[in-house]
Design a protein around this ligand. Structure first.
Ligand SMILES: NC(=O)c1ccc[n+]([C@@H]2O[C@H](COP(=O)([O-])OP(=O)(O)OC[C@H]3O[C@@H](n4cnc5c(N)ncnc54)[C@H](O)[C@@H]3O)[C@@H](O)[C@H]2O)c1
Length: 426
């Protein structure tokens, strides 16, 4: 029998390929999700450019093509009783925790979305920590954080910790963080909670501060259209490079926010698979809170847009770039030098961003070009200072899903679906 790994957030962009990747490597994978993301899409009128089947269809297709079994488990991390029962039942060797609300613009729409983001992420992560400690204390928590936790300091970014000399004394402390949004702030809170959990309970944890992920094709997603992962292109969920490729395919200008000097760490989705696998295969010690910066290259927005422009030009296609007013509050020209050697030291061999990868992304987008909604694609619908704008209002008002929450209690209660109802759906 293989080792059991729970992939939380397995219906998501990273979670589904991750579940298949680990299953192919021989792990017994339990795929967990509450399908919240599909609800958030419905709420805001957004959708994946590449159609994605249900989790039931995905795991069936995977089994049919490979003979491997991924157990699908419908579960909300905010339902602590169900999570506790889950950990007691499966006692996984490792948990890959991807199950959070992951959009910065979504968290900046208004009070409701900021609260929902922070409750979902912080409560879910805390519930998981307690469930691990009480039901599977040797389990290795592999948690996805983000490079956006650090912000853009005017000094080098270290991997999680900084040695400081102050008034003649020296200490090594968690790196100071100045995050970019209420979403990123939820990740900072998670990191602090995990660090605390390793100190008080001797929990083993790896906190992966991940850069922006691009690409959709892994060895496993390419096996069959039913195994593809989602491709987000709108201004709430789409990440920079994916969005540029889709904008260009639709014949629209690539919209660079502000001056375009915003520099971030990036990585290929295949390297995300490799990094998480390396973390699982080299677990943290009991009581250790290990922090890795998980990205392979850093680019600013102008550089990314130029790369897409050149790749399309090589095919004889015209592409334009438009600098639009920046809806975010962020520095548009700044120092950025983040360390990222720990995963390379463990054996990561990065797939660097090159023309062939861009070609394959452009090709994938071309296959679905008729599905693009140009309004969702082009217009930022959230402004950091003023929240959701008329584009957000227009799309959200079409939705039946809007959940105005008056209090944190009602939110948690509404998210914690009764165990019995969950079991019926599983
Ligand atoms: N995609 C990126 O570029 C990127 C970059 C840095 C960090 N990350 C982090 O990686 C993780 C995965 O990102 P993604 O792009 O796959 O996001 P995603 O939105 O595609 O997937 C997240 C999944 O988690 C599920 N989920 C959310 N809350 C849940 C809950 N309470 N209980 C159970 N399931 C829940 C959602 O339904 C969704 O399927 C996130 O934590 C994100 O913050 C992503």
């Amino acid at each position: 029998m293989g080792k059991t790994v729970a992939v939380l957030g397995a219906d998501g962009y990273i979670g589904w390929p991750m579940a298949m990747h680990l299953s192919r490597l021989g792990y017994d994978v339990v795929a967990v999700d509450n399908l919240a993301r599909r609800g958030w899409d419905e709420e805001g009128g957004t959708y994946s450019l590449v159609p994605i089947p249900t989790m039931e269809q995905r795991v069936d297709r995977w089994h049919e093509l490979t003979g491997n079994t991924i157990i699908w488990h419908h579960l909300d991390l905010c339902d602590h009783k169900a999570l506790d029962a889950f950990m007691a039942e499966f006692v996984p060797e490792a948990v890959v925790h991807l199950a959070e609300q992951r959009s910065a613009p979504f968290s900046m729409i208004d009070r409701d979305h900021a609260v929902r983001t922070q409750v979902n992420n912080i409560v879910g992560n805390l519930n998981l920590m307690f469930a691990i400690n009480e039901r599977a204390p040797d389990c290795h928590l592999v948690k996805l954080g983000t490079m956006g936790e650090y912000g853009c300091p005017n000094i080098d970014i270290e991997e999680g910790y900084l040695t400081i000399e102050h008034n003649g004394r020296t200490d090594t402390l968690p790196y100071p963080k100045v995050p970019h949004s209420f979403y990123h702030l939820s990740k900072v809170a998670d990191s602090q909670n995990i660090h605390f959990g390793t100190r008080i309970w001797g929990m083993r944890a790896t906190d992966l501060n991940q850069g922006v992920v691009y690409g959709n094709q892994t060895q496993d997603t390419m096996l069959h259209p039913d195994l593809m992962t989602r491709l987000d292109f709108d201004s709430i969920w789409g990440t920079a490079l994916n969005r540029f490729c889709v904008q260009a395919a639709a014949g629209l200008p690539m919209t660079v926010y502000g001056q375009g000097g915003q520099t971030r760490g990036y990585l290929d989705i295949r390297d995300t698979m490799a990094c998480i696998t390396l973390a699982i295969e080299h677990p943290a010690e009991r009581g250790q809170c290990r922090v890795f910066n998980q990205f392979t290259e850093q680019f600013n927005l102008n550089e990314l847009a130029d790369m897409v422009l050149r790749a399309r030009k090589a095919r004889g296609w015209e592409t334009t770039i438009a600098h639009v007013p920046n809806p975010r509050v962020e520095s548009e020209s700044h120092y950025y030098n983040a360390k990222h050697s720990a995963l390379v030291d463990l054996g990561l061999q990065p797939h660097l961003l090159d023309e062939s990868l861009l070609e394959s992304m452009i090709e994938l987008v071309e296959q679905h070009v008729d599905q693009i909604d140009p309004v969702l694609l082009q217009q930022p619908s959230v402004n950091w200072r003023t929240g959701g704008n008329e584009v957000w209002d227009a799309y959200a008002s079409q939705s039946q899903v809007m959940a105005a929450t008056d209090s944190i209690d009602s939110l948690v209660a509404s998210q914690a679906r009764p165990r019995a109802a969950q079991l019926q759906q599983d």
